[in-house]
Design a protein around this ligand. Structure first.
Ligand SMILES: Nc1ncnc2c1ncn2[C@@H]1O[C@H](COP(=O)(O)OP(=O)(O)OP(=O)(O)O)[C@@H](O)[C@H]1O
Ligand SMILES: [Mg+2]
Length: 479
C-alpha cells in the first residue's frame, strides 16, 4: 500500500460516523488539510533541493579552481625543477625514482625516457656513459643520514652530490657540477702560493733595504773618520822633520859646534822635543780614529753577515752591559753629533748585563741616535741636546733616546713606523720601520712620544731582562 493510499484510508476512517456512514463534508475538510500540509512539505523540499543544488554548483566551481591552481603549480614546480642549476632526483624508500629534473639528465648524459618514475636509480645511472664510483653513490643514496660525495666523472667533470633523507622515507639527492669551482680553487691556491713567495721576496728585499740603510748609517761615521785621518795626514808636523834633517845634513861636518854654538842649532833640541810631542799627539789621534774605524768596519761586516744568515738562523745572543750597548751606538755618531754641536747627556740608571742579539740592538739605537741628531739639526736651536737614559721597568731593561729637536705632531706618532714614511728631504723612511721590526725580533718593543712640534721627542726601547744581573751603580754624566 502506497503512502498516499494509507493517508486516504486514515482520513476516510476519521470521517466515518458511528452509523458507518462517511461524512463527505468532513472528509473534504480533512483531505484539504492534508493537501495543504503536503503542499507545504513539497515547498520545503523544493527549497532544500534548490539550496543543495546551489551548494553543489559552488563546490564544483571551487574544485575546478583548485584543479586549475594545482595544474599551474605543477607547471611552476616542473619549471623550477627543470631550471635548477643543480641536478635533483627524488627517490622512494626502495631507491626508485619519483621525479628527476632536466639538469640531472644533462649531468649524466641520459635520455628523458631513462628517468621514468618507478625505475631504480641504480639502473638509471648504469645507462650513463660517464658515471664512476657508482657503488659509493648507491651506498650514500641508501643512507638514513645526510651526507655528501665528490664524484669525478670519466669526462673530467667533478660532481658534488648531497644526500638528504626525507621524514617519511626516501630521499632527495642533489648533484652540482663543481668542475669550474674546483679549477678556480686550484688556481686560487696556486695564486696564493705565488703571493706568499712574492711577499717572502718582498720581505727579503725589505730586509736588504734595512741592511743597506744601517750600513749607510755606519758608513757616515767611517767617512768622518777617514776625513779626519786624511786631514791629520795633511796637517801633520812630520814634514818639519825633513827640514831638520836637511839643516843637520848642511852642518854634517861640524855638527857638535852647530848644535852648541850656532843660533839655529841651539834651538834644534827644543824644536825636536816639540816635534816629538806633536807627533805623539798625532799618533794618538790617528790610533783612536783607526780604532773607531776598525770598530765601524767590524759592525758593517756583522750587519752584512747577519743579512746573509737572515733566512737560515737567528742572530747570535751575546751578553752585553746595556750601557756599553748605548755607548757603542753613540760612538758611531759621536763625530757627527760634535760637528753639529749637539750636547750628549748620559743618564744611566741601570747597567744590567743583558743577553741579546747585539747587532740588532745596536742597529736600533744607531737609528734612534741618528734620527735625534737630524731632529736637533733641523730645529736649528743652539742648545740642542740628546739624552740617553737606561733604566729598569719591571722585567724589562729600558733605553730611552730623547732630543729637544723639531718634535713629532700627534698624527704622525704611529705613521713614523710605516715603511717608507719620512718627512726629511734626504730621508728614506726605513730606519724606524726596521728598528721596530728588530725590536720585535728581540721580543722587545719600540715606542715613540712627543709633546708636539718643536718640543722634542723620546723613543723608548724595552728589552727583556732575562739572565740579567746588575753590575754598576747609577751614574749621571755630561759629554
Ligand atoms: N727624533 C725624532 N724627532 C722628530 N721626528 C722624528 C724623530 N725620529 C723620527 N722622526 C720622524 O719619523 C720619520 C721616519 O723616521 P725613519 O728613521 O724611519 O726615516 P728617516 O729618518 O726619515 O729616513 P731614513 O730611512 O734615512 O732613516 C722621520 O722622517 C721623521 O719625520
Ligand atoms: Mg732615520
Amino acid at each position: 500500500m502506497s503512502g498516499l493510499h494509507r493517508l486516504v484510508v486514515r482520513q476516510v476512517a476519521k470521517a466515518t460516523q458511528a452509523t458507518g456512514q462517511v461524512d463527505p463534508e468532513l472528509l473534504c475538510r480533512l483531505m484539504s488539510t492534508c493537501y495543504e500540509e503536503l503542499e507545504r512539505d513539497r515547498k520545503r523540499v523544493d527549497r532544500a533541493n534548490k539550496l543543495m543544488q546551489e551548494e553543489l554548483e559552488q563546490l564544483t566551481a571551487d574544485m575546478g579552481l583548485l584543479i586549475n591552481q594545482l595544474r599551474v603549480q605543477n607547471v611552476h614546480f616542473q619549471g623550477a625543477l627543470d631550471n635548477m642549476s643543480q641536478g635533483l632526483c627524488l627517490l622512494d624508500d626502495a631507491g626508485r625514482l619519483i621525479v628527476a629534473n632536466r639538469r640531472f639528465l644533462q649531468i649524466y648524459g641520459l635520455a628523458p625516457k631513462a628517468a621514468l618514475p618507478g625505475r631504480p636509480i641504480e639502473q638509471i645511472l648504469r645507462d650513463s656513459m660517464t658515471v664512476t664510483r657508482l657503488q659509493a653513490y648507491l651506498a650514500l643514496s641508501r643512507a638514513t643520514q645526510a651526507g655528501n660525495l665528490r664524484q669525478d666523472l670519466k669526462d673530467g667533470r667533478v660532481i658534488q652530490i648531497v644526500h638528504e633523507p626525507l621524514d617519511g622515507g626516501g630521499s632527495v639527492d642533489t648533484f652540482a657540477d663543481i668542475t669550474e669551482r674546483t679549477r678556480a680553487d686550484a688556481e686560487l691556491a696556486q695564486a696564493h702560493k705565488q703571493l706568499v713567495e712574492i711577499s717572502r721576496q718582498a720581505g727579503m728585499a725589505e730586509v736588504a733595504t734595512g741592511v743597506l740603510h744601517n750600513v749607510g748609517n755606519v758608513l757616515n761615521s767611517v767617512n768622518v773618520s777617514a776625513n779626519l785621518l786624511s786631514q791629520c795626514a795633511r796637517n801633520s808636523k812630520a814634514s818639519n822633520l825633513a827640514r831638520v834633517v836637511s839643516v843637520l845634513r848642511e852642518h854634517q861636518a861640524d855638527l857638535g859646534n852647530f848644535v852648541t854654538a850656532h843660533p839655529q842649532g841651539k834651538h834644534l833640541t827644543s824644536l825636536l822635543e816639540n816635534l816629538d810631542r806633536q807627533l805623539a799627539g798625532e799618533r794618538t789621534q790617528v790610533l783612536e780614529e783607526l780604532a773607531s774605524l776598525g770598530k765601524n768596519i767590524e759592525h758593517i761586516k756583522d750587519i752584512v753577515s747577519m743579512q746573509q744568515s737572515y733566512a737560515v738562523v737567528g742572530g747570535i745572543q751575546e751578553q752585553i752591559c746595556v750601557t756599553d750597548l748605548v755607548e757603542d751606538s753613540l760612538k758611531m755618531s759621536l763625530a757627527s753629533l760634535n760637528r753639529h754641536r749637539v750636547e750628549v747627556i748620559r743618564d744611566y740608571g741601570d747597567a744590567s748585563v743583558i743577553c741579546v742579539d747585539k747587532h740588532k740592538a745596536l742597529q736600533i739605537l744607531v737609528n734612534l741616535v741618528s734620527n735625534a741628531k737630524h731632529a736637533c739639526v733641523e730645529s736649528g736651536r743652539p742648545d740642542s741636546a740628546l739624552t740617553l737614559r737606561t733604566g729598569r721597568c719591571g722585567d724589562r731593561v729600558r733605553v730611552s733616546v730623547s732630543d729637544n729637536g723639531v718634535g713629532i705632531p700627534a698624527e704622525n706618532l704611529t705613521r713614523i713606523f710605516n715603511h717608507g714614511f719620512t718627512t726629511r728631504k734626504t730621508g728614506h723612511g726605513f730606519g724606524l720601520h726596521s728598528a721596530a721590526l728588530a725590536a720585535r725580533e728581540l721580543n722587545g718593543s719600540l715606542t715613540a712620544s712627543s709633546d708636539g712640534m718643536g718640543r722634542g721627542a723620546t723613543f723608548i726601547l724595552d728589552l727583556p731582562a732575562q739572565m740579567v744581573q746588575s753590575v754598576q751603580e747609577p751614574e749621571v754624566a755630561h759629554a
